[in-house]
Design a protein around this ligand. Structure first.
Ligand SMILES: [Zn+2]
Length: 332
């Protein structure tokens, strides 16, 4: 294995395989800061500027093999952070130094309560964290569980944090907090349960981007050390396949309406593996689950942390994969 000469970190863990999707010819919009599309790697994090106002931040050398994709949206008068990863470094300090250099006040939103999306929350104690209010009791239970132990192997502890707000389905989060929320200048909150009861997606109409957390992301090989294994996990306590189908249909209809009314093509900013996934993944994931429910697809057995799971992969779209519990749900 080769090494990065400057840090001694194995190269294998520096470049995410999905980074090759970063276009190299995108224009530089501002003279300062990170040029569009350029991968910056500093300390425990790396970031990519994916638009004039939006950044993807990811942890490096993640021992939990999650490589959660966090997003920073610089709005007019606030810095909106979506997910905080596994808490492997000083995320807030990193964003302060490299992205939120104008020191805008923070708003932090977690797409759901799984550990790999919330463990950096503790550094935002002063502002608190927003979750979907679909099932606050479940969310608080999971947060409490993870605060005691991250997993049975390491007994790592997630530091406490404060939930400041429960987001409602259909709510608008103004991108300019000094104005009343307008649909064209707000993040649109969409509850999308299925992976977890509290999964939420956020639509940015100015950038035609839908942040989907773990509700949707493309399949990655089990041999890929830089991605969580396999496809969509519907294998946790709180996962529910019929609910997943309902959410996918809801998002499918939402995207179809945007396209028919405005010709808008939406990009998916996923919680893992891709920050600019073609929204046709919604259709493929929905069809995959419907085929699984109809018993049309074979499965491959897998085992993770002594949990037996069945994996299904779409016959027509290799991006769509699904993991179901073979003998009981994984604990969160
Ligand atoms: Zn998750």
């Amino acid at each position: 294995m080769s090494s990065d000469s400057s840090s001694g970190v194995p190269l294998l863990y520096i470049y995410h395989p999905f980074e090759d999707r970063v276009p190299s010819a995108m224009p530089k919009i501002r003279s300062t800061g990170t040029p569009l599309g350029e991968l910056k790697r500093t300390g425990d994090y790396q970031h990519v500027r994916i638009s004039d106002t939006t950044y993807r931040v990811a942890e490096l050398d993640d021992p939990y093999r999650q490589y959660c994709q966090c997003y920073v949206r610089l709005a007019k008068d606030r810095c909106i952070l979506i997910d905080t990863g596994c808490g492997l470094g000083d995320l807030r300090g990193y964003i302060d130094e490299h992205i939120n250099t104008e020191k805008l006040p923070y708003m932090v939103i977690c797409t759901h309560a799984h550990f790999d999306h919330v463990a950096g929350n503790h550094t935002f104690e002063d502002v608190g964290v927003c979750f979907a209010g679909a099932d606050p009791e479940w969310t608080m239970k999971v947060i409490g569980f993870k605060m005691r132990t991250l997993d049975n192997e390491t007994l790592d502890v997630i530091k406490p944090f404060r939930v400041s707000r429960w987001l409602q389905d259909g709510e608008l989060i103004a991108l300019d907090g000094s104005e009343p929320a307008k649909p064209e200048a707000s993040l649109h909150v969409r509850w999308t349960p299925g992976h977890s009861p509290d999964s939420v997606s956020l639509y940015d109409p100015q950038e035609h981007r839908l942040y989907v957390g773990d509700f949707l992301y493309p399949y990655a090989s089990w041999d890929d050390p830089l991605s969580p294994p396999g496809g969509l996990w519907a294998s946790f306590q709180g996962s529910d396949l019929p609910t997943y189908v309902d959410s996918l249909k809801k998002v499918q209809a939402f995207l179809a309406e945007l396209k028919s009314k405005h010709g808008t093509e939406v990009t998916l900013a996923c919680g893992h593996n891709s920050y600019k996934e073609d929204s046709s993944l919604v259709d493929s994931a929905l069809q995959l689950i419907l085929d699984v429910q109809a018993g049309k697809l074979p499965y491959t057995p897998h085992e993770v942390f002594e949990l037996k799971m069945w994996e299904y992969i779409s016959a027509v779209d290799p991006r769509a994969g699904l993991l179901l519990p073979a003998d009981g749900h994984a604990p969160y």
